[in-house]
Structures are given as structure tokens and as C-alpha cells.
Design a protein around this ligand. Structure first.
Ligand code: ADP
Ligand code: MG
Length: 456
């Protein structure tokens, strides 16, 4: 079933956008005070308030009529340049969809394109001028490229959202060529453009709402009773679910992100739960967003590698693991063993044992620090490097704790598969891993299941 966007569905997106805009007053006003005249949020919020007041008239309209009505309302209710620009965009959308009662995602990409073009024509602006165009134009492009590349609907939407946010983020370094910031001595360099940020919020909400519609529950409330106003409260709530209710945790992090879409930690946390839920593509997108927000984050770099690994993209995974290792050393982080372990597995899967061996020679020593990580990984890489015998390793397996037990046992399976090439023995240990009764979300369990499917 592919997604069809109708008037009522778009209206429900508008309601979410209105809530999102209503939420960010202080922040956007501060941005516009730094680069413009400080009224952008008041203007836009007035427009959305007016839309909400006309809900009864708007909620059941067909798509083109809804676009037309939104244009008219925004034109008269928003003062400032953004009123005219939004109205022009919605008029273009109405024209593009004339006669249609519903559209699919590729067509929505086209609608966003004509909206961006209408804004550019009306505002005599281009991408790179530090305006709202810098959010909507790349978003429309990413959406069309993802659709043309045959990507799935969730991927199309998440590409659109990522591009909108990254585009808004890039306005920080741009000197303004349009809008009031142009008249500032510094052309607003060092500040985000408020219009680009609010545009990216609306597009992010649109993507989230539509993902929810296609069964991705990213925007749903796990507990209707809980309705935190602050992103941090949502994040804390997510952490309480982190170890045993992955879906709920992920939803909480999405909520935090809806309120604060530039917060690297929330993406990291959601990515972690994406991995737990086997949503590798989305997890990867989250970790990549963290990397854009904080290029020095060794931990998210590591998890980018894990996501690639599960997607079967071992070459890309190795690149991420190697970069993560370099960053860890730079950042003084004692988490080397797990990342070496993953990179070693990736080389082995690619059939490059010499490379795998070089990696061990480079990083593995009996006294390598392993302070913040699962000690099992250190034992495993010492086993691969020949610093421990398999008998010694097996004796030390802690079978009382399922995660520890199965993670260590999987190390033995790998040892027999790749270093002894005794497949029968390997399969025996893989079966032991799969016999653990709990903790089936653990990476070693998932990998053992993959390996067994391959070997048995
Ligand atoms: P005003 O600049 O008239 O006070 P607002 O404060 O409501 O209008 O909106 C400001 C935002 O409008 C800017 O941050 C920018 O993103 C966008 N903007 C302003 N001028 C243009 C333009 N010529 N083309 C595209 N976007 C523009
Ligand atoms: Mg203004």
C-alpha cells in the first residue's frame, strides 16, 4: 500500500506544524532579532493561529482547494515578507494539484519543487542566499532524487527531512543576499536564518506525520497521559524505556526531536533504538545527522558502522569503524575493543583476513584500555589476536548473564569459523548462542542468526 496524500491528511499535517511553530517562539524570535527585525515568529504564528481558527472550513477540503485556502489565509494574516512568500508557494501548490483529490510521494516532491520555485521567483532569491529557500529547495530535491532512485517511502520522507534540516543548518555560515539580514554589517554570518529554520520545522513535521501514516509510529505518544513540554523530558522518558521497550523509547526520542530538531544526543538515542528494532536505514540516517551536527562524535561514527554492517555494506562499515577509532584516540576514549571487533568481522566477511590481521596488530594489546565497554569485546579481540586460547576464553564465559554469555559465545563461533575454519564447531557455538532464552535483541544474537542461516 503506498501513501496517498489527501486534503484531510495534509490538514492534519498543518495542525502539527501549527503546534510545532507555536512551540518555538523564543528561539525563533531571538534568531530574527539577531539577523532581522525580530517579528518572523510572531508573523508566522499569527498565520497558523488563523488557520487553526478556520479548522472547520478547512479540514475536509480537497487538496487543491485546501492549498488555495491556505494561501489566501496566510496572505492576509501574516505580515512581513514571509506572508507573501508562503501564500505564493501555496498558490503554486494549488495550481500544480488542480483537479487531483490525492497525490503520491513522488508527486509531493514535485509539489515541493514548484513551491520552492514560486518562492524563489517571488523573492528573487536562490539557494545560498540565506533564506527559507535553503530549507525547502534541498528538501524537494532530496525527495525527488530518493523517489527517482526507487527508494522506499520511509526513506524518501527521511531524505526530505534530513535535507530540510541540513539546509537550514547551512544558513548559519551564509552571508545574506536577500531578506533583512542583507542590511546587517555582518550579513548575518554566524546566525541561522529564522525563515529557513521555521521552514525546516514544517517540513520535518510533514515528514514525521506522513511516516506515521505509513505505519512508522515515530510521532505517536507512547502514553497519552504523558505530555512533556520540554525535549529533555521526552529524552529522559525515552531513557527509562531504553533497555526493554524499544518502540516506546524510540517514539519518545522522536518527540524530543520534534521539539528540538538540532539536538545530536536525541538522534543518537533514537538511532540506537532503530538498531534494536532492525530499522537499520533509519538508524543510519540518525547517526549521520549526529555526524553532521558533531563531526567529532566517535560513538555515533561507530554506530554508523554497525548500521552499515547490518545492511551488508561492509566496506562502508569499515570506513566508519576506522574513522571512529581515530576519533576515539583523539578524544581519549577507552572504547577501542568493540569497534576493532566489528571492523575485524567486516574484513572477515569481505574475505580479507590479512587486512583483519593488520587491524589487530595496530590496536590490540593485552593492556588495551576497556573502561567504559563490555569487557567481552576485549576478550574476543584478544582471542582473534591469539593472545588467549579458546579453552581459556570458554572457561571465562559468564553464562549467568544472557547478554554477556551469548556475546562471548558468539566470539567462539567466529573464532572457529574464520581462524580454524571448522564450520561444524562454529555451527555448534552458533546454536548455543541462539539457545539463550532472553536478550534476542543483542547484536551477537542477531549476527548468530544471520550466520547460521548462511552456514547451516
Ligand atoms: P520580514 O523580513 O519582512 O520581517 P519575516 O520576518 O516574516 O519577514 O520573515 C523573514 C524570513 O523570510 C527570512 O528569515 C527569510 O527566510 C525569508 N525571506 C525574506 N526575504 C526573502 C526573499 N527575498 N526570498 C526568500 N525568502 C525570504
Ligand atoms: Mg522579520
Amino acid at each position: 500500500m503506498s501513501l496517498t496524500l489527501t486534503g484531510p491528511l495534509y490538514w492534519s499535517c498543518m495542525e502539527r506544524m501549527a503546534a510545532r511553530i507555536a512551540d518555538c517562539g523564543d528561539y525563533i524570535t531571538a534568531l530574527d532579532a539577531a539577523t532581522g527585525d525580530g517579528d518572523h515568529w510572531v508573523n508566522l504564528n499569527m498565520g497558523f493561529t488563523e488557520l487553526l481558527e478556520k479548522k472547520e472550513e478547512l479540514r475536509d477540503l480537497e487538496l487543491p482547494d485546501l492549498f488555495q485556502a491556505i494561501a489566501k489565509i496566510l496572505m492576509t494574516s501574516i505580515g512581513g515578507s514571509s506572508g507573501v512568500l508562503y501564500a505564493t508557494a501555496y498558490l503554486a501548490a494549488a495550481k500544480r494539484t488542480a483537479g487531483l483529490t490525492e497525490i503520491d510521494l513522488p508527486e509531493l516532491g514535485e509539489v515541493l519543487r514548484v513551491m520552492a520555485e514560486a518562492i524563489m521567483r517571488r523573492g528573487k532569491s536562490k539557494p545560498g542566499n540565506k533564506t527559507m529557500v535553503d530549507a525547502i529547495e534541498p528538501a524537494a530535491r532530496a525527495m525527488r532524487e530518493a523517489a527517482a532512485g526507487g527508494k522506499g517511502e520511509t526513506e524518501i520522507l527521511s531524505a526530505m527531512k534530513q535535507a530540510a534540516m541540513a539546509g537550514a543548518e547551512r544558513t548559519k555560515d551564509m552571508p545574506a543576499l536577500r531578506g533583512r539580514a542583507y542590511y546587517q554589517a555582518d550579513k548575518g554570518v554566524g546566525h541561522l536564518d529564522p525563515g529557513a529554520v521555521t521552514m525546516s520545522y514544517q517540513l520535518a513535521v510533514l515528514a514525521d506525520r506522513l511516516m506515521e501514516e505509513i505505519g512508522d509510529s515515530a510521532g505517536e505518544t507512547p502514553e497519552s497521559a504523558f505530555d512533556a513540554a520540554s525535549p529533555n523530558a521526552w529524552n529522559d522518558k525515552g531513557m527509562t524505556y531504553f533497555d526493554d521497550a524499544f518502540d516506546k523509547a524510540r517514539i519518545c526520542f522522536s518527540r524530543a526531536l520534534a521539539l528540538d530538531p538540532f539536538h545530536a544526543r536525541y538522534y543518537h538515542n533514537r538511532g540506537r533504538k532503530g538498531l534494536s528494532l532492525d530499522r537499520f536505514q533509519e538508524a543510519l540516517a540518525d547517526f549521520q545527522t549526529v555526524m553532521r551536527l558533531d563531526p567529532e562524535d566517535d560513538d555515533s561514527r561507530h554506530y554508523c558502522g554497525v548500521a552499515y554492517f547490518f545492511m551488508g555494506m561492509y566496506r562502508e562499515a569499515i570506513e566508519e569503524f576506522r574513522d571512529s577509532l581515530r576519533l576515539m584516540i583523539k578524544n581519549g576514549v577507552a572504547l577501542i575493543p568493540p569497534t576493532v571487533d566489528w571492523a575485524w568481522m567486516a574484513y572477515m566477511r569481505l574475505g580479507e583476513p590479512e587486512r583483519a590481521k593488520e587491524l589487530l596488530d595496530e590496536y590490540v594489546t593485552p593492556d588495551m584500555p576497556c573502561e567504559q565497554c563490555d569487557y567481552n569485546y576485549k576478550k574476543r579481540v584478544l582471542l582473534y589476536a591469539g593472545c588467549t586460547t579458546p579453552e581459556e576464553f570458554e572457561r571465562e564465559i559468564d553464562r549467568d548473564d544472557d547478554v554477556l554469555g551469548l556475546t562471548a559465545t558468539y566470539g567462539l563461533a567466529l573464532y572457529y569459523r574464520y581462524l580454524v575454519e571448522d564450520h561444524a564447531r562454529c555451527v555448534e557455538y552458533l546454536r548455543q548462542v541462539l539457545a539463550y532464552r532472553t536478550s534476542h535483541h543483542a547484536f551477537a544474537y542477531k549476527l548468530a542468526a544471520m550466520d547460521l542461516a548462511e552456514l547451516a
